[in-house]
Design a binder for this molecule. Sequence first.
Ligand code: GRF
Length: 201
Amino acid sequence: MKRIAVLVSGRGSNLQALIDAERKGDLGGAIALVVSNVPGAHALERARLAGVETVVIDHRGRLREDYDRDLLSVLQERHIDVVCLAGFMRILSAIFIRTFGGPIINIHPSLLPAFAGKDAQRQAFEHGVKVSGATVHLVDEGLDSGPILMQEAVEVRDDDTADALAARILETEHRIYPLAVHLLCRGSLRLEGRRAILEVP
Ligand code: GRF
């Protein structure tokens, strides 16, 4: 069973979706740890309620690489195989990504490569696209730029608001993130250039 760490900064609804999937036997791995860089993050409460170990590593006043070194030790001490970012509002350093060794994945609320970065749902809405969605991708050294593992489209309606669109995208996130984690933990990941192929035996 792969040991998963989920990194969070805020409300933790994607963490909850992962916890719920694990409870149903649908995650393909075990959430062994939740790390937050924000001490009061609601996600921590969700983890505690689920009986998952939590660690807070506050980023304030820390250099990025020192922070990431501490994060790495916490993950290595607990033999974490897979890292899932779920609303973790920090960019991980190249050292972290190269040293961790296992897959690091993220959920992003747009169809990448469109609308990387913050407020992706609003960016898409204001741009006027007719279709947006959610993306699960591998984390590399760029901003939301790693190989794509899974995507699902969400239609933008004529009478939409940015908030209503974001809410529908979030439902999609909660569906595809556990599914992608399941495939990653149970199958194998092959990279052909930027093309990521998840194969299930
Ligand atoms: C989600 O929209 C996710 O796609 C983005 O940050 C948000 C986190 O929400 N990376 P939550 O903390 O999982 O509720």
